[in-house]
Design a protein around this ligand. Structure first.
Ligand SMILES: *Cc1c(COP(=O)(O)O)cnc(C)c1O
Length: 409
């Protein structure tokens, strides 16, 4: 059925793509002016990026945090710290941002995709276990949409094989599993400060660790592997300039002071929406393990196409007519279906490092990814924001209730 008429009156929702849904303001401007007036814009000499790193490490309760140029750069730095041999395997997830995947290939390693739990869209100890081999060098978990993976079981599995875990926390600032903040549970945590994350500097990233040796390599990798402060510094290994500059550092310090409030505000709003949608036939509100706190980068519904005409796609269309722009299927297709993996387009025509891969490691057969396909088919990603008021929540809830009524089979 087409949503030709709608009772809810569309209102403009705050957006994380402009000032309506961002927390950028006086505090950022003040520190930015300080940075500019200081005349020192490089973090190798300035104080803002160092302050950000110190405050971030303290917030997470880890020994080390290093800022870098992006979330992709943070993942790249983490992998470089682990230093895989060409052809080593790194287990990752089939539903994530491409920036979490391409760094694996840049470091000569093979991404091995684990399936996900279709109710949380996260990898599990079980799906990771199915991907382990004697060439597994690391595991990357993405805490998708702000909802942590079940880390107790994943840490147990990884520890039993002595494999480091990289946590991709780009969407999950301050999320917790069992009272521990993500980014401080595995061996290395990676964060993004891109425009659409909880806090932003436009582009930017942060890596965290408690491990002295990983920390040393991460610092070096961000700095062209130049041994700043060493008695006889040299460029020790292959690395680029991945630094954050002081302009971003100044904005980041101001943004970081707002993070707790941003997260709480998103949580309160999400809980209100969940209460309003409780028991609605055909949709499932976020599934959260009792040990987890969800920080709602996005608010995702699981839509049952047996009950809702055209499932998540149908619901998205209907909501669009009501002025709500949601994303059915999130990344559209599993990450391994992108050309980079399907055609193995890497360095010239070499296909390196795929040339070194075990056939099983690059077997993307549909039946190995049942959770991924069913999860992507059902997911509807609603934009989420710390500026949502009760009026916004009521509007979203009414729109969904009306849409479900119009679309029910
Ligand atoms: C945004 C994001 C990244 C990449 O971060 P950029 O700053 O855009 O490079 C990586 N992983 C996940 C899960 C993300 O959401």
């Amino acid at each position: 059925m087409e949503a030709t008429q709608t009772l809810v009156k569309p209102i403009q929702l705050p957006s994380d793509q402009d000032s309506s849904g961002r927390t950028l303001g006086e505090a950022e401007l003040k520190l930015l002016a300080e940075a500019i007036n200081s005349g020192t814009l490089t973090s190798t000499k300035g104080n803002f990026v160092k302050a950000l790193e110190n405050q971030f490490a303290e917030m997470l309760g880890v020994k080390y945090a290093y800022a870098c140029s992006s979330g992709s750069g943070a993942i790249h730095t983490a992998i470089a710290a682990i230093d895989p041999e060409p052809g080593d395997e790194i287990i990752t997830t089939s539903i994530t941002d491409m920036g979490a995947l391409t760094p694996i290939l840049y470091q000569g390693a093979i991404p091995v995709f684990a399936d996900v739990d279709p109710t949380t869209w996260n990898v599990t100890a079980e799906s990771i276990k199915a991907c382990l081999s004697d060439r597994t060098k690391a595991i990357i978990v993405t805490h998708l949409f702000g909802n942590p993976c079940n880390m107790t079981e994943i840490v147990e599995l990884a520890a039993s094989r002595n494999i480091p875990i990289i946590e991709d926390c780009a969407q999950s600032f301050l999320a917790e599993h069992n009272g521990k903040k993500v980014g401080a549970i595995g061996s290395i945590g990676c964060f993004s400060l891109q425009q659409g994350k909880h806090i932003t500097t436009g582009e930017g990233g942060i890596v965290t660790t408690n491990d002295d040796a990983f920390a040393r390599r991460m610092f070096l990798f961000i700095n062209k592997a130049w041994g700043y402060g060493d008695p006889q510094p040299d460029h020790y290994f292959l690395a680029l300039n991945g630094r954050m500059c002081e302009l971003q550092g100044a904005v980041a310090v101001a943004q970081l002071s707002k993070l707790t409030e941003i997260v709480q505000s998103r949580q309160v709003a999400a809980e209100k929406l969940t209460a309003k949608l409780q028991g609605l036939d055909g949709i499932v509100t976020p599934t959260i393990d009792s040990r987890n706190t969800h920080v709602y980068w996005k608010y995702c519904l699981s839509v049952d196409s047996q009950k809702i005409a055209d499932g998540a796609v149908g619901l998205a269309k209907n909501l669009k007519a009501k002025g709500i722009f949601s994303a059915p299927r999130y990344i559209q297709k599993p990450a391994f279906m992108c050309e980079i993996f399907q055609k193995q387009r890497t360095f010239g025509n070499s296909r390196f490092p795929f040339t070194l891969a075990r056939p099983e490691a690059v077997d993307y057969a549909t039946d190995r990814f049942t959770g991924t396909y069913s999860g992507l088919e059902a997911v509807l990603v609603l934009p989420w924001n710390e500026r949502y008021t009760d009026e916004h929540i009521n509007y979203i809830a009414e729109a969904i209730l009306e849409a479900v009524e119009q679309l029910k089979k």
